[in-house]
Ligand binder design. Structure first.
Ligand SMILES: [Zn+2]
Length: 252
């Protein structure tokens, strides 16, 4: 989600939204994001030059999904997940995480990722989007401490995991639709072309949709920053709850 990520970062710098909940500075977040950007740039280059670009694409999706679906991980889990990857080292993925303190009480919200405690209450990374973190709610989980437990760095949480949660949820829902209606929806691809946008939908009557999810409360602010893909695409914006789906429709 390269363009959307840029918007997140711009928003972050403009509004300094993180200052309330974390001691992490915007500079620190930029440094943490740079670690991910280095991997992304390397894979984008390989995608153009490698004789197996599909494999590079698969490994990128593996990495991105891992960061979204595993805001907490362990060294053993990282090794297992990236054991067969040719272009990504488990160790460099591990560097996108911080070590948890021994016996630290760790919590996660399935809607917005790792939580932190402030004044005895659990708080999320973006209170304007997700702000009810009572411990008895079904989407709040306590993470049992174990040797080697790590938590996503704040910059990766903000930039990759938080926007990634609705991306993966939409992908999973569309996968169900694809199973039900394979004659209409032929295929769905996540982060095609190493992150040109979020989702690519192939419809069997020959049209293709390029979908980006934008976390903008104000549609007008989003429209100012959008440009259609491929020149001739028809740009459509859908709004659902807090999220805007930016869809470029073009012929296959
Ligand atoms: Zn939350």
């Amino acid at each position: 989600m390269a363009p959307a990520n840029r918007y997140f970062y711009e928003e972050l710098l403009e509004r300094n939204k993180l200052s309330e909940f974390a001691t992490t500075s915007t500079q620190q977040i930029a440094i943490e994001n740079f670690q991910f950007q280095k991997i992304l740039a390397r894979l984008q280059e390989l995608y153009k030059t490698d004789n197996e670009p599909e494999r590079v694409q698969q490994e990128y999706v593996l990495l991105r999904r891992f960061l979204i679906e595993n805001p907490y991980t362990t060294t053993a889990q990282l090794r297992k997940a990236f054991f067969q990857a040719r272009h990504i080292e488990a160790q460099e993925v591990g560097e996108l995480y911080d070590d948890c303190e021994i016996e630290e009480a760790c919590w996660n919200c399935d809607r917005c990722g790792p939580l932190f405690k402030k004044y005895g209450k659990l708080r999320g990374i973006k209170p304007s989007a997700c702000n009810d973190h009572r411990q008895n709610l079904p989407y709040i989980r306590k993470i049992t401490w174990q040797q080697g437990l790590r938590r996503l760095k704040v910059g990766i949480h903000w930039r990759i995991c938080l926007p990634g949660i609705p991306e993966i949820r939409l992908f999973n829902n569309l996968t169900e639709l694809h199973k039900k209606f394979p004659q209409q929806l032929c295929a769905i691809h996540l982060y095609p072309g190493i992150d040109r946008y979020d989702l690519q939908l192939y419809f069997c009557e020959q049209s293709t949709w390029a979908v980006d999810i934008k976390d903008y409360q104000n549609t007008y602010n989003l429209v100012l920053k959008l440009t259609p893909l491929f020149g001739e695409a028809n740009l459509v914006i859908c709004v659902m709850k807090n999220f805007h789906f930016n869809i470029n429709k073009y012929s296959a």
